[in-house]
Design a protein around this ligand. Structure first.
Ligand SMILES: Cc1cc2nc3c(=O)[nH]c(=O)nc-3n(C[C@H](O)[C@H](O)[C@H](O)COP(=O)(O)O)c2cc1C
Length: 177
């Protein structure tokens, strides 16, 4: 398949890492979400968007959303990258929210990223620390998977980036070609 365009929205690098893994595996062009042009979208046969989750939204997805009406190809794939371990109901909820306004049949995948409070901007770090403090007061049976992950990470630098998360994406692309 020609003209596969990989678009990434990444603040702390995990989504960018996944985009480069895809680039090494399949013939494609890779671009930051901030740099997409109308011509890139018009000439693509397949779009693969990969973006970090920030408070339930994918970084950079708005930029693609604005141009998606220009897409004439046949497959759109969205990949959400978050700190949480895979959680079926959270991914289902995210899929419903993120695929709104995208072509019917848009595929949605999840890959685990990273979490490092010390590497965050002051605002993000302050917000995450406050959130972690409030979560730490909850009873164990009230904790959701992402809360447990946040408490476990604490102030440590954690990366769960692993190409195995992309295997279902590669299988999907192969079947579509
Ligand atoms: C302010 C903030 C909000 C976040 N919100 C979520 C979230 O809602 N769900 C989640 O799984 N991870 C969340 N994360 C973790 C990021 O999704 C994770 O660090 C991911 O690897 C970011 O992708 P990037 O490195 O490509 O920017 C959040 C991180 C920050 C700093």
């Amino acid at each position: 398949m020609k003209n596969i365009l990989v678009i990434y929205g990444s603040k702390y690098g995990s989504s960018e890492q996944y985009a480069h893994m895809i680039e090494k595996n399949i013939k494609c062009k890779t671009v930051k979400a901030e740099s997409i042009t109308s011509d890139m979208i018009k000439s693509a046969c397949m779009l693969i968007f990969i973006g970090g989750i920030y408070a339930g939204k994918l970084k950079g997805l708005d930029a693609l959303h604005k141009k998606i009406h220009l897409f004439n190809g046949n497959k759109v794939i969205l990949i959400a990258v978050g700190a949480s371990p895979y959680d079926e109901s959270a991914v289902k909820h995210l899929r419903e929210k993120c695929t709104k306004g995208f072509p019917e049949g848009t595929a949605f995948f999840y890959a685990r990223g990273s979490y490092n409070e010390n590497g965050m901007t002051f605002t993000d770090r302050t917000m995450c620390r406050m959130l972690r403090k409030s979560i730490s007061k909850k009873a164990p049976d009230e904790l959701e998977p992402w809360m447990i992950a946040m408490l476990e990470a604490g102030e440590n630098s954690c990366s769960w980036v692993n190409e195995s998360y992309l295997q279902p994406v590669y299988t999907y692309i192969k079947a579509a070609q």
